[in-house]
Write a protein that binds this ligand. Structure first.
Ligand code: AMP
Ligand code: FE
Ligand code: FE
Ligand code: ZN
Length: 280
Protein backbone atom coordinates (compact mmCIF):
# COMPACT_ATOMS: atom_id res chain seq x y z
CA UNK A 1 0.00 0.00 0.00
CA UNK A 2 1.25 3.49 -0.92
CA UNK A 3 -0.08 6.11 1.46
CA UNK A 4 0.48 9.89 1.22
CA UNK A 5 -1.16 11.80 4.06
CA UNK A 6 -0.53 15.45 3.12
CA UNK A 7 -1.84 17.19 -0.02
CA UNK A 8 -3.38 20.58 -0.86
CA UNK A 9 -5.92 21.69 -3.46
CA UNK A 10 -7.40 24.90 -4.87
CA UNK A 11 -9.37 25.18 -1.61
CA UNK A 12 -6.08 26.49 -0.20
CA UNK A 13 -2.72 26.91 -1.95
CA UNK A 14 -2.62 23.84 -4.18
CA UNK A 15 -3.26 24.13 -7.92
CA UNK A 16 -5.28 20.91 -8.46
CA UNK A 17 -9.00 20.95 -7.68
CA UNK A 18 -10.03 18.39 -5.04
CA UNK A 19 -11.20 16.07 -7.86
CA UNK A 20 -7.94 16.55 -9.78
CA UNK A 21 -5.93 15.78 -6.64
CA UNK A 22 -7.56 12.39 -6.21
CA UNK A 23 -7.10 11.58 -9.91
CA UNK A 24 -3.44 12.65 -9.63
CA UNK A 25 -3.11 10.30 -6.65
CA UNK A 26 -4.47 7.49 -8.81
CA UNK A 27 -1.98 8.35 -11.58
CA UNK A 28 0.83 8.37 -9.00
CA UNK A 29 -0.14 4.80 -7.97
CA UNK A 30 -1.22 5.82 -4.48
CA UNK A 31 -3.71 3.66 -2.62
CA UNK A 32 -4.47 6.35 -0.04
CA UNK A 33 -4.26 10.15 -0.16
CA UNK A 34 -5.19 12.79 2.43
CA UNK A 35 -6.70 16.16 1.53
CA UNK A 36 -5.51 18.66 4.17
CA UNK A 37 -6.12 22.17 2.92
CA UNK A 38 -5.00 25.00 5.19
CA UNK A 39 -7.65 25.91 7.81
CA UNK A 40 -10.51 24.42 5.79
CA UNK A 41 -12.62 21.35 5.03
CA UNK A 42 -14.17 22.86 1.91
CA UNK A 43 -12.63 20.37 -0.52
CA UNK A 44 -13.83 17.30 1.35
CA UNK A 45 -17.06 16.56 -0.54
CA UNK A 46 -15.66 16.89 -4.06
CA UNK A 47 -12.61 14.81 -3.10
CA UNK A 48 -14.89 12.14 -1.61
CA UNK A 49 -16.82 11.88 -4.91
CA UNK A 50 -13.51 11.49 -6.76
CA UNK A 51 -12.35 8.80 -4.32
CA UNK A 52 -15.42 6.74 -5.22
CA UNK A 53 -14.76 7.35 -8.95
CA UNK A 54 -11.11 6.30 -8.82
CA UNK A 55 -10.92 3.66 -6.08
CA UNK A 56 -8.28 5.72 -4.24
CA UNK A 57 -9.02 5.78 -0.48
CA UNK A 58 -9.39 9.27 0.93
CA UNK A 59 -8.44 10.57 4.36
CA UNK A 60 -10.20 13.85 5.01
CA UNK A 61 -8.38 16.38 7.17
CA UNK A 62 -7.19 19.95 7.63
CA UNK A 63 -3.77 21.56 8.09
CA UNK A 64 -4.40 23.89 11.02
CA UNK A 65 -2.28 27.07 11.27
CA UNK A 66 -1.07 27.66 14.84
CA UNK A 67 1.77 29.34 16.72
CA UNK A 68 3.94 28.67 19.72
CA UNK A 69 5.41 31.90 21.10
CA UNK A 70 5.73 33.40 17.65
CA UNK A 71 6.99 30.20 16.02
CA UNK A 72 4.73 28.94 13.21
CA UNK A 73 3.32 25.47 13.94
CA UNK A 74 1.26 23.52 11.38
CA UNK A 75 -0.94 20.75 12.77
CA UNK A 76 -2.52 18.06 10.65
CA UNK A 77 -5.96 17.12 11.89
CA UNK A 78 -7.10 13.84 10.37
CA UNK A 79 -10.64 12.47 10.28
CA UNK A 80 -12.22 15.01 12.64
CA UNK A 81 -15.91 15.95 12.66
CA UNK A 82 -16.12 18.75 10.05
CA UNK A 83 -19.09 20.29 11.91
CA UNK A 84 -17.47 20.40 15.36
CA UNK A 85 -18.02 24.04 16.43
CA UNK A 86 -14.63 24.36 18.11
CA UNK A 87 -12.68 23.78 14.88
CA UNK A 88 -15.24 25.41 12.58
CA UNK A 89 -14.91 28.61 14.63
CA UNK A 90 -11.14 28.42 14.90
CA UNK A 91 -10.69 27.82 11.17
CA UNK A 92 -13.14 30.60 10.33
CA UNK A 93 -11.29 33.07 12.51
CA UNK A 94 -7.96 32.17 10.88
CA UNK A 95 -9.40 32.40 7.34
CA UNK A 96 -10.85 35.86 8.09
CA UNK A 97 -7.54 37.01 9.57
CA UNK A 98 -5.75 35.71 6.48
CA UNK A 99 -7.88 37.93 4.22
CA UNK A 100 -7.05 41.09 6.17
CA UNK A 101 -3.40 40.13 6.36
CA UNK A 102 -3.19 39.43 2.63
CA UNK A 103 -4.82 42.80 1.91
CA UNK A 104 -2.21 44.49 4.09
CA UNK A 105 0.64 42.68 2.32
CA UNK A 106 -0.80 43.70 -1.06
CA UNK A 107 -1.12 47.33 0.04
CA UNK A 108 2.64 47.27 0.72
CA UNK A 109 3.61 45.36 -2.40
CA UNK A 110 1.51 47.46 -4.77
CA UNK A 111 3.70 50.47 -3.99
CA UNK A 112 6.57 48.69 -5.74
CA UNK A 113 5.02 46.06 -8.01
CA UNK A 114 2.16 46.25 -10.56
CA UNK A 115 -0.40 44.08 -8.75
CA UNK A 116 -3.73 44.85 -7.10
CA UNK A 117 -6.00 43.02 -4.66
CA UNK A 118 -8.19 41.97 -7.60
CA UNK A 119 -5.17 40.35 -9.25
CA UNK A 120 -4.67 38.28 -6.09
CA UNK A 121 -8.35 37.32 -5.94
CA UNK A 122 -8.06 36.23 -9.58
CA UNK A 123 -5.63 33.54 -8.35
CA UNK A 124 -8.23 32.09 -5.96
CA UNK A 125 -11.60 30.41 -6.21
CA UNK A 126 -14.81 30.80 -4.26
CA UNK A 127 -13.98 29.58 -0.76
CA UNK A 128 -10.19 29.35 -1.09
CA UNK A 129 -8.16 29.88 2.10
CA UNK A 130 -6.01 32.79 0.97
CA UNK A 131 -2.28 32.95 1.63
CA UNK A 132 1.03 34.28 0.44
CA UNK A 133 1.11 31.72 -2.42
CA UNK A 134 -1.78 33.55 -4.12
CA UNK A 135 0.08 36.85 -3.85
CA UNK A 136 3.11 35.08 -5.30
CA UNK A 137 0.98 33.76 -8.17
CA UNK A 138 -0.31 37.29 -8.89
CA UNK A 139 3.28 38.54 -9.06
CA UNK A 140 4.14 35.72 -11.48
CA UNK A 141 1.06 36.49 -13.61
CA UNK A 142 2.10 40.16 -13.74
CA UNK A 143 5.54 39.14 -14.97
CA UNK A 144 7.25 40.63 -11.90
CA UNK A 145 8.92 37.37 -10.95
CA UNK A 146 9.46 33.93 -12.49
CA UNK A 147 7.98 31.44 -10.04
CA UNK A 148 6.05 31.09 -6.79
CA UNK A 149 9.22 29.87 -5.05
CA UNK A 150 11.19 32.88 -6.26
CA UNK A 151 8.46 35.20 -4.99
CA UNK A 152 8.83 33.61 -1.54
CA UNK A 153 12.62 33.83 -1.62
CA UNK A 154 12.75 37.44 -2.76
CA UNK A 155 9.54 39.21 -1.69
CA UNK A 156 7.29 37.27 0.69
CA UNK A 157 9.75 35.71 3.15
CA UNK A 158 9.34 36.43 6.89
CA UNK A 159 11.49 39.47 7.65
CA UNK A 160 10.85 41.07 4.27
CA UNK A 161 9.47 44.64 4.40
CA UNK A 162 6.33 43.24 2.76
CA UNK A 163 5.82 40.45 5.29
CA UNK A 164 2.89 40.64 7.69
CA UNK A 165 1.91 37.77 10.04
CA UNK A 166 -1.67 36.63 10.60
CA UNK A 167 -3.57 35.62 13.71
CA UNK A 168 -3.24 31.93 14.51
CA UNK A 169 -4.30 30.08 17.66
CA UNK A 170 -1.78 28.88 20.22
CA UNK A 171 -0.54 25.40 19.30
CA UNK A 172 -1.61 23.92 22.63
CA UNK A 173 -5.16 25.28 22.20
CA UNK A 174 -5.24 24.14 18.57
CA UNK A 175 -4.32 20.57 19.57
CA UNK A 176 -7.05 20.59 22.21
CA UNK A 177 -9.53 21.79 19.57
CA UNK A 178 -8.49 19.07 17.10
CA UNK A 179 -8.93 16.40 19.76
CA UNK A 180 -12.25 17.85 20.92
CA UNK A 181 -13.40 17.63 17.28
CA UNK A 182 -12.44 13.95 17.22
CA UNK A 183 -9.40 14.43 14.99
CA UNK A 184 -6.02 12.74 15.05
CA UNK A 185 -3.40 15.45 15.70
CA UNK A 186 -0.06 15.15 13.87
CA UNK A 187 2.61 17.86 13.90
CA UNK A 188 3.37 18.75 10.24
CA UNK A 189 7.03 19.15 9.16
CA UNK A 190 8.19 19.77 12.75
CA UNK A 191 11.85 20.13 11.76
CA UNK A 192 11.40 22.47 8.79
CA UNK A 193 14.10 24.90 9.93
CA UNK A 194 14.60 26.56 6.55
CA UNK A 195 11.06 28.02 6.86
CA UNK A 196 11.85 29.66 10.19
CA UNK A 197 12.45 28.69 13.81
CA UNK A 198 11.25 25.24 14.94
CA UNK A 199 10.02 24.32 18.42
CA UNK A 200 12.42 22.50 20.78
CA UNK A 201 11.83 19.06 22.34
CA UNK A 202 10.33 20.36 25.57
CA UNK A 203 7.61 22.16 23.61
CA UNK A 204 6.81 18.96 21.73
CA UNK A 205 6.54 17.44 25.22
CA UNK A 206 3.94 20.06 26.14
CA UNK A 207 2.13 19.40 22.89
CA UNK A 208 2.00 15.68 23.73
CA UNK A 209 0.39 16.49 27.06
CA UNK A 210 -2.20 18.55 25.16
CA UNK A 211 -3.06 15.53 22.99
CA UNK A 212 -0.62 15.49 20.08
CA UNK A 213 -0.50 11.96 18.64
CA UNK A 214 2.09 11.96 15.87
CA UNK A 215 5.02 13.57 14.09
CA UNK A 216 5.40 13.99 10.32
CA UNK A 217 9.02 12.85 10.27
CA UNK A 218 9.44 12.00 6.59
CA UNK A 219 8.89 15.32 4.80
CA UNK A 220 11.29 16.99 2.39
CA UNK A 221 11.57 20.09 4.59
CA UNK A 222 12.87 18.13 7.63
CA UNK A 223 16.67 17.87 7.22
CA UNK A 224 18.33 14.56 8.14
CA UNK A 225 19.53 15.60 11.59
CA UNK A 226 16.00 16.81 12.40
CA UNK A 227 14.56 13.47 11.28
CA UNK A 228 16.91 11.67 13.66
CA UNK A 229 15.89 13.97 16.50
CA UNK A 230 12.18 13.50 15.69
CA UNK A 231 12.47 9.71 15.36
CA UNK A 232 14.10 9.52 18.80
CA UNK A 233 11.31 11.63 20.28
CA UNK A 234 8.58 9.66 18.53
CA UNK A 235 9.99 6.30 19.57
CA UNK A 236 10.46 7.30 23.19
CA UNK A 237 6.85 8.55 23.43
CA UNK A 238 5.22 5.87 21.27
CA UNK A 239 3.98 8.44 18.73
CA UNK A 240 2.63 7.86 15.24
CA UNK A 241 5.33 8.49 12.63
CA UNK A 242 4.14 9.68 9.23
CA UNK A 243 5.75 10.47 5.88
CA UNK A 244 4.10 12.65 3.26
CA UNK A 245 4.69 14.80 0.21
CA UNK A 246 2.93 18.09 1.08
CA UNK A 247 1.86 18.17 -2.58
CA UNK A 248 0.66 21.56 -3.87
CA UNK A 249 0.18 20.66 -7.57
CA UNK A 250 2.24 23.05 -9.71
CA UNK A 251 2.67 25.38 -6.70
CA UNK A 252 5.66 23.47 -5.31
CA UNK A 253 8.13 20.87 -6.59
CA UNK A 254 6.83 18.28 -4.06
CA UNK A 255 5.50 15.19 -5.90
CA UNK A 256 2.75 12.84 -4.66
CA UNK A 257 4.20 9.75 -3.01
CA UNK A 258 7.72 11.18 -2.61
CA UNK A 259 7.37 10.24 1.09
CA UNK A 260 4.86 7.70 2.35
CA UNK A 261 3.35 6.41 5.58
CA UNK A 262 3.47 2.86 6.91
CA UNK A 263 0.16 0.96 6.51
CA UNK A 264 0.09 0.14 10.25
CA UNK A 265 0.23 3.86 11.06
CA UNK A 266 -2.55 4.59 8.57
CA UNK A 267 -4.63 1.83 10.21
CA UNK A 268 -4.05 3.41 13.63
CA UNK A 269 -5.12 6.84 12.35
CA UNK A 270 -8.27 5.34 10.83
CA UNK A 271 -9.06 3.65 14.14
CA UNK A 272 -8.53 6.87 16.14
CA UNK A 273 -10.49 9.36 13.97
CA UNK A 274 -14.24 9.96 14.20
CA UNK A 275 -14.81 10.45 10.45
CA UNK A 276 -14.57 7.47 8.13
CA UNK A 277 -12.01 6.97 5.38
CA UNK A 278 -13.78 7.17 1.98
CA UNK A 279 -13.21 3.97 0.01
CA UNK A 280 -15.09 2.37 -2.85
P1 AMP B 1 0.96 31.64 4.49
O1 AMP B 1 0.21 30.51 5.15
O2 AMP B 1 0.05 32.57 3.80
O3 AMP B 1 1.89 32.35 5.43
O4 AMP B 1 1.87 30.99 3.38
C1 AMP B 1 2.61 29.85 3.68
C2 AMP B 1 2.36 28.79 2.64
O5 AMP B 1 3.14 29.10 1.51
C3 AMP B 1 2.80 27.42 3.10
O6 AMP B 1 1.69 26.65 3.43
C4 AMP B 1 3.48 26.82 1.91
O7 AMP B 1 2.64 25.91 1.25
C5 AMP B 1 3.74 27.95 0.97
N1 AMP B 1 5.19 28.21 0.85
C6 AMP B 1 6.04 28.49 1.84
N2 AMP B 1 7.28 28.67 1.38
C7 AMP B 1 7.21 28.49 0.04
C8 AMP B 1 8.17 28.53 -1.01
N3 AMP B 1 9.45 28.82 -0.78
N4 AMP B 1 7.73 28.28 -2.26
C9 AMP B 1 6.45 28.00 -2.49
N5 AMP B 1 5.50 27.95 -1.54
C10 AMP B 1 5.87 28.19 -0.29
FE1 FE C 1 0.72 25.38 1.74
FE1 FE D 1 2.50 23.20 6.36
ZN1 ZN E 1 0.94 21.51 3.86
Amino acid sequence: MRIDLHAHTTMSDGTDSPRQLVHAAKAANLDVVAIVDHDSTRGWDEAADAALETGVSLVRGTEVSAKYQGISVHLLSYLHDPLAPVLVQQNGRVRDARVNRARTIVSLIEQDYPITWDDVLAQTEEGTTIGRPHIADALVAAGSIGTRSQAFAEILFPGSPYYVPHYAPDAIDAIAAIREAGGVAVFAHPGANARGRVVPDHVIGEMLEAGLQGLEVFHRDNPLEQRERLLTLANSHDLLITGSSDYHGDGKPNRLGENTTDPAVFAAIEELGVTSVVRS
